[in-house]
Design a protein around this ligand. Structure first.
Ligand code: ATP
Ligand code: MG
Length: 729
């Protein structure tokens, strides 16, 4: 027997050894789905399947990199570098680079991130003389994104009765027109947004039989992880690709479907068995990840959802410690408790920072943890949120590089044409934009033919100098790698000099960020070549830009760094950690106020809770605060209804100290009283008393509010729903 089969259980082995024909693995968290997928790829290759013929779609690029590494280890060679493996977006971006000409795009097309796409929308909305306060680019952008992911194009959107009704209800009748104008503008800019990477891939396969044929025969084996979170367009693409050989293996867990707000549908799992004859279905029931207590709690919670595919998930792992449910006074106390506990666990149980993860529902929650961790001197990293690549100076610098690769990229061009300041004013740019629109030519063309459009004197000179500089950078592309070009950009644009001259703290930080960017480009150009670097296999600027634009939250990782990880639960999908804190287990936050209006929404929140709990291997803390600041307001929430759904025998309840906020002192008495009556006035509460003094005198006759836990309802001091609904993207 091959070594890689040895540790697997019977069902896992069955899945790995199944070579031809459709295969579906539906199984609970931590049952080895991803491990089976990896081993299966190694097995296929071991059986003589060429790596070039295997397509594997993962949830993050990091997961793909880890898979490759594992496969190389199993096989003892580097063939795995020839696999097509990555996220839907990165794999399709790579294919589209080679096929762009068929659908009228340049093969050096730019990929717009959410920010870029919002700024195109804003331009379009303004040009249509609509109010961008009413037609908010973010709102309109979400509508367009949903449409694209449901394969609804601008023309169809405009005629769809139900969509029209919805837009009317929101008093935004012009969205269809904006959609059309936006799509046209992106096309003109030679740019695709994230959704286009899927949509255009679908159109390519649908409308160009030669392309469909080519990729159907290339990808003889297709494997998809986290299948429960695929949406309509992803489903259609993989169905088309798999149609010739039907060697498609999907792996998923309906209980972990958490992206329906992005159009993902569990239906895809149910549909799979109808799409293909003779689907082999494998169930994995043994969990290898979590302690018995953690697993029991997870199983119990998810059983509250109706219509799950029945699963019997068990483990041989030991019972482990109980789950700690910890109440604090404020969100700051929650942060402090978490940092204290991490410190204590490190000392007592010899854990490292890297063994801990703090998971939360919304990005905005990270602040309190950051502060406490920093104060304790515990190294941490936040995944998602405002990432390095979203910082202004980084975006500016990258905008140069994007214009060099694709001068049609108007968003990037407008970012840098007068940065650093070179006397190209707003009026000049407005004139250029008008000419570009009138003649339907790219903005850069107007700029480079400025003389013909009547620009004169200093303005003409500035515009020509700019064009000359860009042309110079472009001349480097043929024989210089991404790093060499980047260094020239820093030098000739004066960006480095300008930032260096700014001796303020912020200026210094910006300068260091640019240096950090240059370092990372250098590192990338010096790393071994692999398939992601494009068909040409070079360390070109274009390949570099694509790679960074498609980083996902969980990819933002420096190997082996010993840090506590902070991220949203969405970003934590598929990952595992020794010790996990899930924060903010409160009504209105988790379940989120945005998602408690229908059973479907609530069940998705519960699945999210299930995902959070099942990330933990050994220890799990669930924390919630009596009060927290949200949207600049002090909000008082009840404990989450999910708390009631957890079986008591696996839970250790405690209160973890905490001081009152100044402006909350009026409620101090009752708050302290609730604490005392609450989950016991245990040792931690006694510590709290030492630190913060004795609780105020008891009031009489107040009803105990926390024992038993109150039914779900929530007091919200002031709440703007939706303002902080941030999931990983
Ligand atoms: P999720 O649903 O969270 O994505 P999963 O089903 O993909 O989980 P994996 O991440 O593949 O599960 O596996 C969970 C853990 O169990 C990993 O640490 C993996 O190495 C381990 N594991 C899986 N199968 C076995 C096995 N047969 N023997 C030992 N360890 C295993
Ligand atoms: Mg997995």
């Amino acid at each position: 027997m091959h070594d890689y089969l040895k540790g697997l259980n019977e069902q896992q082995k069955e899945a790995v050894l199944h070579i031809n024909g459709p295969l579906m693995i539906v199984a609970g968290a931590g049952s080895g789905k991803t491990k089976v997928l990896t081993t299966r790829i190694a097995h296929l290759m071991n059986q003589g399947v060429d790596a070039f013929n295997i397509l594997a779609l993962t949830f993050t690029n990091k997961a793909a990199a880890e898979m490759k590494e594992r496969i190389e280890k199993i096989l003892g060679n580097s063939e795995a570098r020839n696999l097509y493996i990555g996220t839907f977006h990165s794999v399709f971006a790579r294919i589209l680079r080679g096929e762009a000409h068929r659908i009228g795009y340049p093969n050096n097309f730019t990929i717009y991130d959410t920010d870029d796409s919002r700024s195109v929308l804003k331009t379009v909305i303004n040009e249509m003389n609509l109010d961008d306060k009413h037609y908010k680019p973010s709102v309109v952008g979400n509508r367009i994104s949903s449409a694209k992911n449901a394969l609804v194009g601008p023309a169809e959107y405009a005629t769809d009765y139900y969509i029209q009704q919805e837009d009317m209800r929101a008093n935004r009748p012009a969205i269809a027109q904006i959609y059309a104008a936006y799509a046209a503008r992106c096309f003109k800019n030679g740019a695709m947004d994230f959704d286009d990477l899927l949509l255009k891939m679908y159109e390519l396969l649908k409308n160009f039989p030669e392309a469909l044929h080519k990729y159907q025969h290339k990808f003889k084996y297709i494997l998809i992880d986290e299948y429960q979170d695929t949406n309509a367009v992803q489903y259609q693409i993989t169905k088309l690709l798999a149609a010739a050989h039907e060697n498609i293996c999907v792996v998923g867990d309906d209980a972990q479907s958490i992206y329906s707000f992005r159009g993902a549908t569990i239906e895809n799992i149910l549909q799979f068995q109808k799409d293909y004859d003779d689907v082999k279905v494998v169930k994995l029931e043994q969990n290898y990840r979590s302690s018995q207590s953690i697993l029991n709690v997870a199983n119990e919670v998810i059983s509250n959802n109706k219509g799950q595919i029945p699963k019997n998930l068990w483990t041989e792992n030991s019972a482990g410690e109980k789950i700690s449910l910890v109440r604090t006074m404020t969100d700051n106390d929650e942060g402090k408790f978490t940092a204290d506990t991490i410190q204590e666990q490190k000392l007592r149980n010899h854990y490292h920072n890297r063994d801990f993860a703090i998971l939360y529902r919304t990005n905005a929650q990270s602040r309190a943890f950051e502060e406490s961790l920093r104060r304790m001197g515990i190294a941490y990293r936040i995944y998602g949120g405002v990432s390095f690549y979203q910082r202004k100076e980084i975006k500016d610098f990258l905008a140069y590089m994007r214009v060099i690769v694709n001068t049609n990229d108007e968003v990037s061009l407008l970012r840098i044409i007068n940065y650093p300041a070179r006397g190209i004013g707003k009026t000049t740019l407005e004139k250029c934009a008008i000419y570009a629109n009138e003649q339907n030519i790219p903005l850069f063309e107007v700029v480079s033919r400025a003389g013909e459009f009547g620009f004169k004197g200093g303005t003409l000179e500035q515009l020509s100098n700019f064009v000359t500089m860009i042309r110079y950078f472009q001349s480097l592309l043929t024989d210089k790698n991404a790093y060499d070009v980047a260094v020239q950009v820093g030098k000739h644009t004066n960006i480095t000099k300008e930032l260096f001259a700014d001796k303020t703290t912020e200026g210094l930080a910006r300068y260091e960020n640019i240096q950090e960017l240059l370092n990372s480009i250098k590192e990338w150009t010096e790393s071994p070549l692999n398939e992601e670097d494009g068909e040409v296999g070079e360390k070109s600027l274009g390949a570099y830009l694509q790679q960074i634009t498609l980083l996902t939250d969980a990819d933002d990782d420096k190997e082996n760094s010993d840090v506590v990880k902070l991220m949203t639960i969405h970003a934590a999908k598929g990952l595992e950690f020794g010790c996990v804190f899930v924060a903010g287990i409160e009504e209105m936050l988790f379940p989120n106020a945005m998602s408690i209006n229908t059973r479907e929404e609530l069940e998705e929140e519960r699945r999210l809770f299930y995902v959070a709990i099942t990330r933990a291997k050994h220890r799990l803390w669930l924390t919630y605060a009596n009060t927290r600041y949200r949207f600049g307001q002090l909000v008082q929430n009840e404990p989450s209804r999910f708390i009631e759904e957890m079986p008591e025998q696996y839970i250790d309840k405690s209160y973890a100290g905490g001081g009152a906020r100044n402006n909350f002192s009026s409620d101090m008495g009752s708050a302290f009283e609730r604490m005392q009556r609450g989950f016991g006035f245990g040792s931690q509460a006694a510590d709290a008393e030492k630190k913060y003094g004795p609780p105020p005198a008891k009031k009489t006759n107040s009803k105990p509010e926390y024992l038993p836990i109150t039914p779900p309802s929530s007091k919200v001091v002031e709440h703007k729903p939706g303002a902080d609904f941030v999931a990983s993207d």
